[in-house]
Design a protein around this ligand. Structure first.
Ligand SMILES: Nc1nc2c(ncn2[C@@H]2O[C@H](COP(=O)(O)OP(=O)(O)OP(=O)(O)O)[C@@H](O)[C@H]2O)c(=O)[nH]1
Ligand SMILES: [Mg+2]
Length: 220
């Protein structure tokens, strides 16, 4: 009897992710995949980022959310293309759903697509979605031990944002331990310290995004 073998979920995911990479390269669009625990500040960072770049780049956002469209509603004021992917319980986005979301966006004359992944520190890092880079966000209130406990995201990411630095005086976040752990996990990972609510450190993030558009060939 012939045995049929189904492609592993991750292999199928990687195939679709490659198609997204190829498509966006052709269209000269940068795709950044923002990953963090719930509440570390992904949507707030996006609000600041879209506000800053809205006259410079043509931006679209894909919001990964388990059920609601609340994050997308927060971005509606910027009048940019927004697509919500409700994962219906799944803890991460996959490339199949991102590919479908891309079909709802006019990719001509677009420069950057930000994807806000489902709030989760583990699963989203396992699924490539054809991004140019993953960006890890951690907030100080979550504890300095998170990179050591959940290392995959910090290995896979090209940039880390340490957000909510304004809260450090009210937490036991230990910067020394944090940087020592990170050095062991990924010594090449650049870290930008920010406070999205106090507008601190954001210019370094904006510079990083600009550099990434150059590296990613987003020059129309
Ligand atoms: N103190 C402080 N609060 C912040 C900062 N950035 C975001 N917040 C607050 O943290 C809360 C969660 O922020 P969000 O941007 O919704 O976080 P998120 O990562 O998008 O959350 P999910 O989409 O649920 O995963 C909100 O009340 C923000 O106002 C910051 O730098 N400092
Ligand atoms: Mg959010």
């Amino acid at each position: 009897m012939e045995i049929s073998i189904m492609k592993a979920v991750l292999e199928e995911n990687d195939d679709r992710a490659q198609e997204i990479t190829d498509l966006l390269k052709k269209k000269q669009i940068l795709l950044l995949n923002l990953i963090s625990s719930p509440g570390s500040g992904k949507t707030t960072l996006l609000e600041r980022t879209v506000e800053h770049f809205k006259n410079r780049y043509s931006i679209a956002v894909i919001e990964g959310d388990i059920t609601t469209a609340r994050d997308a509603e927060r971005l509606e004021k910027y009048n940019i293309p927004l697509v919500v992917i409700n994962t219906d319980g799944a803890c991460h986005l996959n490339s199949m759903s991102v590919k479908k979301a891309l079909q709802k966006i006019d990719l001509d004359n677009l420069d950057i697509i930000f994807v806000e992944n489902v709030g989760n520190l583990v699963c989203p890092s396992e699924f490539n979605i054809g991004e140019n880079a993953k960006v890890a966000i951690l907030s100080t209130a979550e504890g300095d031990d998170k990179p050591a406990k959940y290392p995959l995201l910090f290995r896979e990411s090209e940039l880390m944002i340490l957000n909510k630095t304004d809260l450090i005086p009210y937490t036991n976040f230990n910067k020394k331990s944090f940087y020592m752990d990170l050095e062991k996990i990924n010594k090449n990972l650049p870290v930008i310290e920010t406070s999205c609510t106090k507008n601190l450190g954001l210019s370094k993030w904006f510079e990083w995004v600009e550099q990434k558009t150059i590296d990613g060939g987003v020059i129309k």
